[in-house]
Design a protein around this ligand. Sequence first.
Ligand SMILES: [Zn+2]
Length: 430
Amino acid sequence: MVTADGTFALFSRIRRASAGFLRAGAGAVAACALVTAFGLASLRAEPKPQSEYPVATDARIEQSGDVVRLTMMLSSKVEANAWVQSSPDRVIVELPSTNFQIQPNAKRSAGFVSGYRYGLFTADKARIIIDLSQPAVIARTETRLVRGGFGELTIELRKVGRPEFLAEAGKARPPEPAAAAMPVPAPTKPAAETRRTIMIDPGHGGIDPGAMVATIAEKSVVLAFGKALKEQLEASGRYRVVLTRDDDRFVSLADRVQAGRDEQADLFISIHADSLVQAQDVRGATVYTRSERATDAEAAKLAAKENEADSAAGLETSEEVQDVAGILMDLARRETRTFSGVFARNLVDKLGGSIKMHKIPLRSARFWVLSAPDVPSVLIELGYMSSPKDAELLNSPEWRGKAVTAVSAAIEDYFARERASVGQAAEIRR
Ligand SMILES: [Zn+2]
């Protein structure tokens, strides 16, 4: 299999060297980030436990004439802030962290509102995102205390012409919180750490549910998988495992990539479970690596969809990790690509031996979350939630156990190969 073995040892050295180089290059940026981080430290210090969040229990949406009104009942009065965004056209309502317990069969559309969703956006903020099929502006945002100490949140929207909507969308709004997207601060890799670091990235989360089929959300399926994989890897004692999220929260794509780099991860594994509306018979798992040009149209479409995760949460500005130019960097990136490929093939081998794979199980496309130049990264689509058979399996602990064991075996193989090549190199030098 390729020239992987021979270059493994070299790769390790390049990665270490280039990691230092990259950090030095990013000094100015880091200094700025530090100022911001200090400013935000108090905000992020102690996220409240979820049990202390206000609970939203009841939602109603109704239309009368040109107006659509969304009303939500909460266990206490909360402050809300709302604004409109264009392309895609929608209304973002921001409130403190909220535990949404809305009846699942609640009506979700009325008039020009084609739907709405909600969830945690950061450790201390929640969002309701209202999708508009026609332009509208916010006529009223109100939270009032009602009998029994409950809070009632009302968002009233009024249909307007496109120019008025665009003028409203162009107005200044609260700056995107840089902390928003920050994952729970995890301990960075200790200097004396000898175990391999595996970064597991359960896709989506919080306000971004990912694919939805009936009441099952991709974000929950992949979180359960990520946690099970972490448990199994840690049990071996050979790995230090870090999750980009370990609860139902939103993490931006840039922060997922950054988390892998900050932890100096040896492997980054993003977990997803897609859905194809028009093809319920498409089944099986697929392993993806990053490439500028997609291997096929389906892969390109999937990457585009996954790359929209930030936009689903109402984050407007998304930029890929800034590339640092340089020979060392180019070398690192090329090697990273090679090793992502080696690991991806390992995964297809091991997964193929125990679960159903897609008919083209190894593909690549321009996935943003796989863009770290110095961390070998792959994305696993566990299966298709749109396939009734896959959906059943994805929720079965037995299936999950089999798939987790296969991924662990692929990781094991990958590092065994590396150990062997390092041994060989030592042998030659003697
Ligand atoms: Zn996904």
